[in-house]
Design a protein around this ligand. Structure first.
Ligand code: AMP
Length: 284
């Protein structure tokens, strides 16, 4: 069932709560693929009812990013959700979520701002304000759906860590369930933005996972100096790869690491042409 209005969702949630049913939420921006489906399947298995939100959230895009061209495939998304036994697809308009007017400005909208230490690195460095937009919309979705469990992919590990921190700091009574990255057989992590890649660019895109897998294998062989591990990446990079970052951070606190250990997550972002791709791996 597709619902576009917050009041319609609230009514349904009220019914379910009255019946004592547990609710799982999967926040997405749509253009659903097997990565999203893995989160959906986990929720359907664990919870009595599952809600998938499909919302290309304008306030998490920075000026000049791909807000307008982000793929929007609601009919197909709904089909996938129906086949996967999702109970509600919540697909609001920006106006439904933020009302009319100056929605992009924090002069007019209450924002949830995650701590600077968590956003002044990795994607937060180049995407200024991105995680403010993410935390604000996720908070709104939490308040609308009031789930018992919310499912997030490790594909966006910085986002997952920041959401966990928000839930802890704001005492939000929701359990966050992390879900592993789903990859193509080539190793490329599934992403709605992979649709932007031309065939030859897809071949370059495989470098991200190759770099990460190789770093993990070097770590397993005993190399723990992160500078030495970083060096190994250059074999895979060509002039077609514009490396934005390759960093070693603590899995829970995002603190930078100079010596790798089992709690180290390696994060990479590369631009291939206009397409910005991210990936990560836990060394454990
Ligand atoms: P998005 O629609 O890109 O905002 O993603 C919605 C959710 O799906 C986020 O929690 C993502 O981390 C997760 N997700 C996206 N791609 C993957 C993937 N390849 N594997 C696992 N989870 C994913």
């Amino acid at each position: 069932m597709i619902l576009h209005k917050i009041t319609e969702v609230r009514e349904k949630i009220k019914e379910w709560k009255k019946e004592g049913l547990t609710i799982g939420l999967i926040p997405t921006m749509g253009a659903l693929h097997a990565g999203h489906k893995s989160l959906i399947d986990k929720s359907v298995e664990k919870c009595d009812r599952t809600v998938v939100s499909v919302f290309v959230n304008p306030i998490q895009f920075c000026p000049g990013e791909d807000l307008d061209k982000y793929p929007r495939t609601l009919d197909k998304d709904n089909e996938l959700c129906e086949q996967s036994n999702v109970d509600i697809v919540f697909a609001p308009t920006p106006k439904e979520m933020y009302g009319e007017g100056h929605i992009l400005s924090n002069d007019f909208l209450t924002y949830v701002i995650p701590p600077y230490f968590y956003v002044n690195k990795l994607c937060g460095k180049s995407r200024v304000g991105h995680f403010d937009g993410v935390c604000t919309v996720v908070n709104k979705l939490f308040n609308i759906v009031q789930p018992d469990f919310a499912f997030f992919g490790e594909k966006d590990a910085q986002q997952l860590i920041i959401i966990k921190k928000m839930v802890k700091d704001l005492n939000i009574p929701i359990e966050i369930i992390p879900c592993p990255i789903v990859r193509e057989p080539s190793g490329l992590a599934l992403s709605s933005r992979n649709k932007y890649l031309k065939e030859e660019q897809k071949e370059y895109a495989v470098a991200l996972s190759k770099i990460l897998f190789n770093i993990k294998s070097c770590y397993k062989k005993g190399i723990t100096d992160t500078n030495a591990l970083l060096e190994t990446a250059y074999t895979y990079l060509t002039p077609n790869h514009n490396l934005e970052y390759l960093e070693f951070c603590d899995e829970n606190t995002l603190e930078g690491k100079s010596t790798a250990d089992d709690n180290t997550r390696v994060f990479i972002a590369v631009k291939i042409g206009d397409v910005r791709l991210i990936d990560n791996i836990l060394l454990k």
